[in-house]
Design a protein around this ligand. Structure first.
Ligand SMILES: NC(=O)c1ccc[n+]([C@@H]2O[C@H](COP(=O)([O-])OP(=O)(O)OC[C@H]3O[C@@H](n4cnc5c(N)ncnc54)[C@H](O)[C@@H]3O)[C@@H](O)[C@H]2O)c1
Length: 262
C-alpha cells in the first residue's frame, strides 16, 4: 500500500501577511502552504481588511483573518496574544507587505519629500523588523523558525520604482541584520526577490508594465507575469525545514533575469 508523503509544511503554524486579492503573492503562498500541510492564519490591514476576509474564503481551508496594520503597534500586540493562545509557538511568518505614496513612484525621485518617503520606508522595510521582533518569543518557542519576505531586487535603479526601490534596499539590509541578531534563537530570515507579477501593488507602480514586457524576453527561463506559483514555491521551501542553514539570503525567483546583461 502506498503511504502518502507528508507535506513540506506538515504541522507547521504559519502567519501570512499581505493577502489582499486572489492575485496577491501572499494568496499563492497561503494556498500552497495549506496544501503542504500548514495551519495558516492571515492578517489584513486598513481598508483592505474586509477584502482579505472575503478572499480568505476562497482558500482550500478558509483561515482566520486578524487585523494587522504595521503602522499601528497595538495591532501586533493583539495578534501576538491571539497566536500565543491559539498555538503557543509560531513556525513561520510571511512578510508580503509593500506600500509607497504616489509621490514616491513614477519618476519623481528628486521631488519626493520626507513625509512620503518615510511612509514607504516604514511600511515596506522597517515592518520586517517590526514583525520579526514582535513575534520573536513565539518563533523561538518553535525550536526553529523561518521569516520570509518578498523583495524586488534593489541592487540596481529601476525606471519608475524610485523610493520603493530605496525601501527594498532597506528591506534587504534589514533582512541581513535580522539574520545576524536572530540566528542564536534558530530563527532564519530570508527574502525572495521575485520577478514582476500582476497584482494590486504592481498595478500601482506607474510604468511597471515595461518590466512585465521586458522580463519574459530576457529571463533565460522565460517568465509569466500571471503565474505566482514559482514565487510561492520558493517561499514555502524557505518556510520549510529544507533550508536549515540559510539565513540573510536573497533568493531570486525571476527566471534568471538578474543574472544576464542585454
Ligand atoms: N507583484 C510584483 O511584481 C512583486 C515583485 C517583487 C516583490 N513584490 C512584493 O511582494 C509583496 C506583496 O505584494 P503583491 O505584489 O502581492 O501586491 P498586493 O497588493 O496583493 O499586496 C501588498 C500587501 O501589502 C499590504 N499592506 C500595505 N500597507 C500595509 C500596512 N500598513 N500594514 C500591513 N499590510 C499592508 C496590503 O494590505 C497588501 O496585502 C510586496 O512587498 C511587493 O513589493 C511584488
Amino acid at each position: 500500500m502506498l503511504v502518502p508523503m507528508p507535506g513540506l509544511l506538515e504541522g507547521k503554524r504559519i502567519l501570512v501577511t499581505g493577502v489582499l486579492t486572489d492575485d496577491s503573492l501572499a494568496y499563492a503562498v497561503a494556498a500552497l502552504a495549506q496544501k503542504e500541510g500548514a495551519e495558516v492564519v492571515l492578517t489584513g490591514a486598513g481598508r483592505g481588511l474586509s477584502l482579505t476576509r472575503r478572499v480568505a474564503r476562497h482558500l482550500p481551508e478558509p483561515p482566520d483573518v486578524l487585523e494587522l496594520d504595521v503602522t499601528v503597534p497595538e495591532h501586533l500586540e493583539v495578534v501576538r496574544s491571539d497566536l500565543e493562545r491559539r498555538w503557543g509557538a509560531l513556525d513561520g511568518v510571511l512578510h508580503s507587505i509593500g506600500f509607497a505614496p504616489p509621490a514616491c513612484l513614477g519618476g519623481n525621485f528628486l521631488d519626493a519629500g520626507w513625509d512620503d518617503v518615510k511612509v514607504a520606508l516604514e511600511i515596506s522595510a522597517y515592518s520586517l523588523k517590526h514583525l520579526a521582533a514582535g513575534f520573536r518569543d513565539l518563533l523561538r518557542a518553535a525550536g526553529t523558525a523561518s521569516v520570509v519576505g518578498l523583495d524586488f531586487d534593489a541592487t540596481v535603479a529601476w525606471p519608475g520604482y524610485d523610493w520603493m526601490g530605496v525601501a527594498k534596499a532597506a528591506l534587504e539590509s534589514t533582512c541581513r541584520y535580522l539574520a545576524r541578531d536572530l540566528g542564536a534563537d534558530r530563527i532564519r530570515v530570508n527574502l525572495v526577490a521575485a520577478g514582476p507579477v500582476k497584482t494590486m501593488a504592481a498595478k500601482s507602480i506607474p510604468g511597471f508594465s515595461a518590466f512585465e514586457d521586458a522580463w519574459d524576453g530576457r529571463a533565460p527561463l522565460g517568465w509569466s507575469v500571471t503565474d505566482p506559483e514559482p514565487v510561492a514555491r520558493a517561499c514555502v521551501a524557505l518556510l520549510s525545514d529544507w533550508f536549515p542553514a540559510t539565513t540573510g539570503e536573497m533568493v531570486h525567483v525571476d527566471g534568471g533575469f538578474h543574472a544576464v546583461g542585454v
